[in-house]
Write a protein that binds this ligand. Sequence first.
Ligand SMILES: [Zn+2]
Length: 220
Amino acid sequence: MAWRLAKSLIVLRSEVDAAAPGRSTASDGTIGDDDHQGTASDHNPNGAGVVCAIDFTHDPDSGADMHRFAEHIKQDNSIAVKYVIWNRRIWSKARDGEGWRAYGGSNPHTRHMHVSAGVGPDGQSTGPYDITSPWGIEETFGGGDLIGLKLGDSGERVKGLQGTLRYAGYDPGEVDGNYGSKTSAAVLKMRKAQGSDVADGDNFTGWAYAQLMRAMAKKY
Ligand SMILES: [Zn+2]
């Protein structure tokens, strides 16, 4: 049977790709495999031949951090979204007031995040699944935006911060994409050198970014 992916999910996928270039797609999925076909699943085409579910591989080193993306999609609560399953929990638009709920399906969804679009029963989505408004993933997590990073974060944006700290003369240790104690110490040293009296380097705020740009300007 001919099928196509819901347009809202094509937009979502392009945003995830942009936010995490080179991400692993090992556990990605759209159309249901044989296991799905006998079950009610949004991975099976609806009556109009549209697949209203997509899976994204958790690959935090590349920036595809499903802990953050799942939380963002819940907060954003876009018109198109039906529900999100990630890490043994489910959030659905229809039961938004209950927040994250325990998910007891046979697949715990710890390797990939599942997103369904539209409204109605699994495999029979109707409604706004073809809406193409942005999901905010690219805007929030994409590009070279370093502002808002914090201790414990990982991915390409942290690598960007570490590389920039190094260029500015503040060694963050290995440029490994992990915002750990060495990166925090380098941020603190850089900020103090610009006259800041912050107590630690655990948060990379907008003002910290301004100070890093100042440090770069001084050095070069
Ligand atoms: Zn799925």
